[in-house]
Design a protein around this ligand. Structure first.
Ligand SMILES: *[C@@H]1O[C@H](CO)[C@@H](O)[C@H](O)[C@H]1NC(C)=O
Ligand SMILES: *[C@@H]1O[C@H](CO)[C@@H](O)[C@H](O)[C@H]1NC(C)=O
Ligand SMILES: *[C@@H]1O[C@H](CO)[C@@H](O)[C@H](O)[C@H]1NC(C)=O
Ligand SMILES: *[C@@H]1O[C@H](CO)[C@@H](O)[C@H](O)[C@H]1NC(C)=O
Ligand SMILES: [Zn+2]
Length: 301
C-alpha cells in the first residue's frame, strides 16, 4: 500500500490490473470479450489466465443474434461465421489456458468451429458438445488430435459415436468420465470397454439403456466408480419380446464395486425442477436451464 501512496506507477497499474481481473470474474464470456476491447489496460486484464479456465458458451447471445432457444438455431452462414470469429477471438484472449469448453446446447456446430477452437485450446480436459450440428469423421479426428489430454466428454447425437470412438482410440487414452445424452446400446458398451478402459464415471440418465450393454460395462470396466442411471429405463429384446428390468435385476447379474445412482423419492435436480412449476423450467428436461444445472454442473470439474 505504501508504494501506491507514494505514487509508484508500477504498483498502481498492478493494483488496477488485479481489481479489474476480480471484476471480470463476474462477467459472462461475451461481456468479457467486449470488455477486452475497451482499452489497453482492460485488454491486458481480460487476458488473465484466471478468467479462462472454462469457456462457457451455454448462455451465448452475440450482437445481432438472439439467444438460441431451440436446436438448429444459428444454422445459417452469417451466424456460423460469427461463431467462428467469436471462438477465435476468445481463445486468443485465453492464451491456451482453457481446460473446459461448454457449447451452447442449441448451437449448430460445424467442423470449422470445432477444429479452430481445438487448435487454440491444447490443454482441454472437458468437452460438452451441443445437441445439433454437422461434424464429420475428419472433423472430430482433427479436433481430438489437438485434445490429447481430454478426460471428460458429454456426448450428444450430433457426432456419430463410431467416428468419435475411432478418434478417442487414436488420440485420447485418458478418458475417465463420459456422459451420453440420447441412448445407450450394446454397441456403445463395447466401444467403452475397448477404447476407454480407464473410465471412472458414466452418466446414462434419462434414456433407454440396454440391459446387456449395461451389464457388460459393469463387469468389464474395472475402474468404474459411478454410474448415473437416474430416470433411465433398462430394457432388452429377446425373440422380439421387449423386457424391462429393474435395478435389482442388474445387481443380481454383475459383481460390482461401483456406485449406481438412481433417483429415489424424486430427489434429484431434475425432479426438483419439475416441482418448481416455473414456466421457464419445463418438465421435459431438455431446456437449456435444466440442462445447465443437471447435465453440466453435476459432472463439471
Ligand atoms: C454436412 O457437411 C458435409 C460436408 O462436410 C456436407 O456434405 C453435408 O451435406 C452436410 N450435411 C448437412 C445435413 O448439412
Ligand atoms: C465376479 O468376480 C469374480 C472374481 O473376480 C469373477 O471370477 C466372475 O467372473 C465375476 N462375475 C461376473 C458375472 O462378472
Ligand atoms: C445423476 O443424475 C441426476 C438426475 O439427472 C442428477 O440430478 C445428479 O446430479 C446426477 N449425479 C451425478 C453424480 O452425476
Ligand atoms: C418440451 O415441452 C414444451 C412445452 O410443452 C414443448 O413446446 C417442447 O417442444 C418440448 N420439447 C421436447 C424436446 O419435447
Ligand atoms: Zn429424479
Amino acid at each position: 500500500m505504501k508504494k501506491i501512496i507514494s505514487g509508484n506507477k508500477y504498483s498502481n497499474d498492478h493494483l488496477i490490473y488485479e481489481i479489474l481481473v476480480i471484476i471480470f470474474t463476474t462477467l459472462s464470456v461475451v461481456d468479457l470479450a467486449i470488455a477486452s476491447m475497451v482499452c489497453k489496460s482492460w485488454n491486458l486484464a481480460s487476458r488473465s489466465p484466471k478468467l479462462w479456465k472454462r469457456l462457457d458458451l451455454s448462455i451465448l447471445s452475440l450482437k445481432g443474434m438472439n439467444e438460441p432457444l431451440r436446436p438448429f438455431a444459428w444454422m445459417d452462414e452469417y451466424s456460423s461465421q460469427k461463431i467462428t470469429q467469436f471462438l477465435k477471438y476468445t481463445s486468443s484472449l485465453s492464451g491456451g489456458t482453457i481446460s473446459c469448453i461448454i457449447f451452447n446446447y442449441n448451437v449448430y456446430l460445424r467442423d470449422m468451429h470445432l477444429i479452430s477452437i481445438a487448435e487454440r485450446t491444447p490443454n482441454l480436459k472437458r468437452l460438452v458438445l451441443p445437441i445439433s450440428g454437422n461434424i464429420s469423421k475428419i472433423g472430430i479426428e482433427t479436433a481430438l488430435r489437438s485434445w490429447r489430454g481430454l478426460k471428460s466428454i458429454t456426448i450428444t447425437s450430433m457426432v456419430h459415436y463410431i467416428n468419435l470412438f475411432d478418434a478417442i482410440e487414436k488420440y485420447c487414452t485418458n478418458i475417465v468420465c463420459l456422459k451420453f445424452t440420447y441412448c445407450f446400446e450394446q454397441d456403445h458398451a463395447k466401444s467403452l470397454v475397448k477404447y476407454t478402459p480407464n473410465l471412472k464415471v458414466l452418466s446414462i440418465r434419462s434414456m433407454r439403456v440396454n440391459m446387456r450393454g449395461l451389464c457388460y460395462v459393469l463387469n468389464n470396466l474395472e475402474h468404474l466408480k459411478v454410474v448415473n442411471l437416474s430416470h433411465s429405463i433398462i430394457l432388452d429384446k429377446f425373440d422380439d419380446e421387449l423386457r424391462i428390468y429393474s435395478i435389482f435385476d442388474v445387481l443380481s447379474r454383475v459383481n460390482i464395486s461401483c456406485k449406481i445412482i438412481v433417483c429415489q423419492r424424486r430427489s434429484c435436480l431434475r425432479c426438483k425442477n419439475e416441482n418448481m412449476r416455473n414456466s421457464r423450467r419445463l418438465s421435459n428436461g431438455s431446456l437449456e436451464e435444466i440442462w445447465r444445472e443437471d447435465e453440466i454442473i453435476c459432472l463439471a470439474h
